[in-house]
Write a protein that binds this ligand. Structure first.
Ligand code: HSE
Length: 436
């Protein structure tokens, strides 16, 4: 049988990695797919730039439309990133009857509903494993492996750059900017690194995970997003003293009132496996009602780990090229007419535990005032630590039991207003991530 011809949009880190993996593992891949797979056409902004891959036998162009309209090509692989030109090209490829594989999380999180609906009408597949957690096959695991479960919640370290920064700051006392520069050099960081640091990249990925876990439309604009740029060494050390590690988590939980969708720094117990996921590695913890907690771990960024997911998707598409579109795995795991309109909870309604750091004058009654405010707002204290700094200054660390965020906001406003409290209370959310 003739090999399947693939067109690449983008020949950068992931594009180059994809060519290398397809060439190096060609024989194994064709044994798996049932046909050979070759890249026959590729677009790049500058076709004369040095590449990490060989491009012999690949027709190169600087006009991505040449690839999208090439009649020889069955699968278009979109690796240019961004969500303007990429959206246009993907929709054109679909309109031309081509299957699409993409690593573009922003595109899927923001325009996936439109793209999947167009793909469904055309009877083509849009595969996006590489959009979430790089090389970890988490989309396949949730969409297929866990299809018998009601997913209760998921929590993930889904931005390698952020995790790399937090790990280096904790272990080597390195400063934020130098670690970020290294992540950029290694090709982990987004074109705009604030996407990594401020949690936007993680929010894109969480949007996708929540959608396939709970059967809800993609709703990127409803994710509560908080970055890691305000995390200090002091909080990392106090958290550690109390048995916790600070990780930047994406969390989604189905509750009776709706679905939580949030990205923020989070204290998690050091004894959890996921707390030990360091550097650029990613991990996603998924709790299903039948299976219990499951953990998926691997490289979340980089040329070949991401190419591993891209090539896995290409093989998936090749395997079903001749199948009836009705019998394929639905894009968002649930049949499109069965997506639910569960509300997304505003952050005020979210229930979680907290770490509070309070700088106060060391005076009689200060602690009593603080604990009274917490009690008046229905907040129960789990543990506490007090550190003397000067003879008249103290830092009080409080870990609370779970409460509703709006109760905590009210309590913090009252604590900040106490005369003896010197700076605004530092609040970091805390999750136990236990099996219940
Ligand atoms: N910037 C992303 C990260 C790349 O650091 O995880 C993979 O999506």
């Amino acid at each position: 049988m003739e090999p399947v011809k693939v067109g690449l949009l983008g020949l950068g880190t992931v594009g180059g990695g994809t060519v290398n993996v397809l060439q190096r593992n060609a024989e194994e891949i064709s044994r798996r797919a049932g046909r050979g797979i070759i890249v026959s056409h590729a677009s790049a902004r500058d076709i004369n730039k040095p590449r990490i891959c060989k491009t012999d036998g690949i027709q190169l162009t600087e006009n991505p439309l040449d690839v999208v309209t090439d009649p020889e090509i069955s699968i278009v692989v979109e690796l240019i990133g961004g969500d303007t030109l990429a959206r246009e090209l993907v929709l054109k490829a679909i309109a031309n009857g081509k299957h699409v594989v993409t690593a573009n999380k922003a595109l899927i999180a923001k325009h996936g509903n439109e793209i999947f609906s167009a793909a469904q009408k055309q009877g083509v597949m849009v595969a996006f494993e590489a959009a979430v957690a790089g090389g970890i096959p988490i989309i396949k695991a949730i969409r297929e492996g866990l299809a018998g479960n009601q997913i209760e919640w998921l929590a993930g370290i889904i931005n390698g750059t952020g995790n790399f920064i937090l790990t280096e700051m904790r272990d080597k006392q390195r400063d934020f900017d130098s670690v970020l520069a290294e992540a950029q050099r290694l090709g982990y960081a987004e074109a705009d690194p604030t996407f990594d640091v401020e949690g936007i990249d993680a929010a894109h990925k969480l949007t996708i995970l929540a959608s396939i876990a709970f059967g809800i439309p993609l709703q990127f604009e409803k994710v509560y997003t908080e970055g890691i740029s305000k995390i200090t060494g002091e909080d990392v050390d106090y958290a550690s003293e109390l048995g916790f590690t600070i990780k930047h988590l994406g969390l989604s939980r189905r509750t009776d009132k709706g679905v939580e969708l949030r990205v923020h720094p989070t204290l998690i117990p050091k004894r959890r496996l996921i707390a030990n996921v360091d550097g650029v590695m990613n991990a996603v913890l998924v709790k299903g009602d039948a299976v219990g907690p499951t953990l998926y771990y691997g490289a979340g960024a980089g040329a070949e780990p991401t190419a591993s997911a891209v090539v896995g998707d290409i093989v998936d598409v090749v395997r079903v090229l001749t199948s009836d579109p009705e019998n394929r795995v639905p894009h968002l795991a649930f049949q499109p007419e069965s997506l639910s309109d569960l509300p997304i909870l505003p952050i005020d309604e979210v229930e979680t535990a907290y770490y509070l750091r309070i700088s106060a004058s060391d005076e009689t009654g200060v602690l009593a005032n603080i604990t009274t405010i917490l009690a008046d707002n229905g907040i129960s204290i789990d543990s506490m630590l007090q550190k003397e700094h000067a003879s008249d200054k103290a830092t009080i660390i409080i870990i609370t039991h779970t409460t509703i965020e709006k109760n905590m906001n009210e309590a913090i406003a009252k604590i900040n207003a106490l005369e003896a409290v010197n700076n605004d209370v530092v609040r970091i959310r805390l999750e136990h991530l236990d099996a219940d």
